[in-house]
Design a binder for this molecule. Structure first.
Ligand SMILES: NC(=O)C1=CN([C@@H]2O[C@H](COP(=O)(O)OP(=O)(O)OC[C@H]3O[C@@H](n4cnc5c(N)ncnc54)[C@H](O)[C@@H]3O)[C@@H](O)[C@H]2O)C=CC1
Ligand SMILES: O=C(O)[C@@H]1CCC=N1
Length: 270
């Protein structure tokens, strides 16, 4: 069977996934086709950057693909599906990365018996470091699940979750990198305000985040223990953490996750 993969939607998520897939060698550039609604500059950019093929014609894009990956905004899903529906066949696997939109809704939009997998990657896919969760629609078999896991494992980790958990996954892992970047932005601003050079602050923070991530991955210790190991009684970390508590850090983060989760639910209803 063909190895080809078609991307419908050529925005930042499609680019992160396809650049990760190409870096990993999972697919050759000749096996990747990309299409978009109307922003042909994006397609030209992807062609220049990754030497993949772009095709304006939807039929040509999806007909020969083994996997069709929908990477359009939730509110564009209906139109995007309508534009490819007639050219799909039941041997293909449709993967959606749209936030909020359930596999049942996608199947309804399709109105055809095509297997569907819903996935939630994040933009760290571009660096081969996405944390992706996938869930199966009612027509997707173990083999389809295996294919999706294999695909997303080329761009990081991939785990199966129950569909009802996808909203929470979206809140912590899909959106998650943005919260980490925001933290870095704010810490950098505070360091610069205290007189440290911007570049020095930037480099120290990148390594601090990467190092903390590596410790979470490899030390075998839970985050609370790792935090305690840094916090000398009466020291700087304790003082900093107390200031975070005074600023209701926990409340803000819990509200962040809950609000993002609720938004995912809302996006699925529209
Ligand atoms: N950006 C992120 O970090 C993540 C995004 N997602 C999901 O990925 C999806 C895409 O998000 P982004 O790439 O950030 O958005 P984006 O706005 O960068 O890209 C969406 C692309 O879809 C195209 N498009 C719109 N309607 C279309 C149609 N009818 N047919 C073909 N193409 C069409 C647009 O021209 C655009 O290039 C969203 O559903 C989002 O929920 C999921 C995980 C992470
Ligand atoms: O903000 C969004 O809606 C998308 C889904 C997860 C990350 N970005």
């Amino acid at each position: 069977m063909t190895k080809k993969m078609a991307f419908v939607g050529a925005g930042s998520m499609a680019e992160s996934i396809l650049s990760g897939i190409l870096d990993s060698g999972f697919l050759a550039k000749e096996d990747i086709l990309v299409t978009n609604k109307s922003d042909f500059e994006r397609l030209e950019h992807l062609e220049r950057q990754y030497q993949i093929q772009y095709v304006e014609d939807k039929q040509e894009t999806v007909t020969d693909a083994r996997i069709v990956l929908l990477a359009v905004k939730p509110y564009d899903m209906e139109a995007a599906i309508a534009s490819i529906r007639d050219y799909l066949n039941t041997d293909q696997l449709l993967i959606s990365v749209a936030a909020g939109v359930s596999t049942d809704t996608i199947s309804e939009m399709l109105g055809r018996e095509i297997p569907v997998i819903r996935a939630m990657p994040n933009t760290s896919a571009a660096a081969g470091e996405s944390a992706t969760a996938v869930t199966r629609g009612r027509l997707a078999t173990e083999e389809h699940l295996h294919t999706a896991l294999e695909l997303f494992r080329t761009i990081g980790t991939a785990t199966e979750v129950a569909e009802e958990d996808m909203h929470t996954v979206t809140a912590i892992a899909g959106s998650g990198p943005a919260y980490v970047y925001y933290l870095v932005e704010v810490m950098e601003e505070a360091a610069v305000a205290a007189g440290l050079g911007k570049q020095t602050a930037h480099e120290l923070l990148i390594q601090t985040i990467a190092g903390a991530g590596e410790m979470l991955k490899s030390s075998g210790l839970d985050p609370a223990q790792l935090r305690k190991n840094i916090t000398s009684p009466g020291g700087t970390t304790q003082a900093g953490l107390e200031a975070l508590d005074e600023g209701e850090f926990q409340k803000a983060v819990i509200s962040c996750v809950e609000t993002a989760r609720e938004r995912s639910i809302e996006l699925g209803k529209k």
